[in-house]
Ligand binder design. Structure first.
Ligand code: FE
Length: 349
């Protein structure tokens, strides 16, 4: 996540702010029918296009309340029965799980969502749904590493990568979910000994976000890094020459193609427990699986659509097809606290 944050996005949001403040103070039922209140921690500027296309289609406005995922969960929880939140959206299944555990979501029965979203990318209890996919891949320095040197996440713990690996801190949910996936596959004890060796291969103590790892790979601080797929796509599409140059030097490798597939995660959301406009909220979620919205996820933020048959962004095509790990992403939530403890034990800062 970015360190500095925009509080509100887009035009007309000052009015939305006022509306939300008023809703909190007075009758939460007021002004609900023509709008939905969306609490979102997705940190991508292009999401405005998702909201605009929804408003165009339904006439419902989107009042956006932006914040960090865990803060928004806490806010909705503390607002309780008076919460104006209709929809909660965030990134990573691990955090959607936290929202579920905090009791801020309600189950949704929608055949549209069920048919369009693969079962592994939504909550088995229908509390949240994945709307876009991201792969957590190996980024490698093309001058120093051949793709044939790479194979699996597991291999990154071997001695040949000593002092060569770049990855962000263990406080990051993307990494927690990756470790949760390894616990699920290998069991706690094997995952822990793997993680111990993996951490001993770090090129430096973890610092910076996913983009910083890719830049460090390009700069040769390490030979390989782990980051989400869309960050390299973003650098590739950047108008800045220095970003394009970074992207030129870095290759993307999809690990575990001869086995379970590459670790993937979702961005997703659900209907808030006390949604004043539940009907509008469900319409919004259903809009997010429409072909036009799925295209915006891909073209706008370089994520993979969850719905089959949607064309992906050109930049994603350039990375090639890959096999995804089909573990239900809810597992990453269930094992989140185990993953955090494991990372702590092996000294992953
Ligand atoms: Fe991100």
């Amino acid at each position: 996540m970015k360190i500095t944050r925009r509080v509100f996005l887009g035009t007309g949001t000052a009015m939305a702010t006022v509306a939300i403040a008023e809703l909190g103070k007075s009758n939460r039922g007021l002004a609900q029918s023509g709008a939905i209140n969306l609490y979102s921690s997705r940190h991508y500027d292009t999401d405005q296009a998702l909201y605009d296309s929804f408003t165009e289609k339904t006439g419902l406005k989107v009042n956006l309340i932006e914040g960090k995922g865990d803060k928004l969960i806490e806010r909705i929880r503390s607002e309780g029965a008076n919460s104006p939140a209709d929809v909660f959206m965030t990134v990573d299944a691990g955090r959607l799980w936290r929202a579920q555990e905090a009791g801020i979501l309600q189950p949704v029965s929608s055949s549209t969502l069920k048919t369009k979203i693969p079962a592994s990318l939504r909550s088995p209890e229908n509390l949240w749904f994945g709307f876009s996919k991201r792969a957590r891949v190996i980024m490698y320095n093309k001058d120093r590493v051949q793709s044939s040197d790479l194979s699996t996440y597991e291999d990154l713990a071997t001695d040949k990568w000593k002092g060569k690996i770049l990855i962000r801190s263990s406080s990051n949910i993307y990494n927690q979910s990756l470790i949760a996936s390894l616990i699920e596959i290998h069991g706690m004890s094997d995952a822990e000994s793997w993680a111990k060796d993996f951490v001993s291969n770090f090129a430096r103590p973890p610092e910076g976000n996913d983009t910083a790892q890719i830049k460090a790979v390009a700069a040769g601080i390490g030979n390989v890094g782990i980051a989400n797929s869309y960050y390299l796509a973003r650098l590739k599409r950047s108008p800045k020459a220095e970003n394009k140059d970074v992207a030129e030097r870095v290759g993307m490798f999809f690990p575990n193609q001869n086995g379970r597939g590459t670790h993937i995660n979702i961005s997703g959301g659900g209907v808030a427990k006390n949604a004043p406009n539940k009907e509008g909220a469900i319409k919004f979620l259903e809009h997010l699986v429409s072909p036009e919205a799925q295209k915006i996820f891909s073209e706008g933020n370089n994520e993979y659509p969850v719905v089959a048959g949607i064309p992906i962004a050109t930049v994603l095509k350039s990375f090639g097809d890959f096999k995804s790990d089909s573990t239900n992403v809810s597992v990453y939530g269930k094992l989140n606290s185990d993953a955090i403890k494991l990372m702590d034990r092996v000294g992953w800062k």
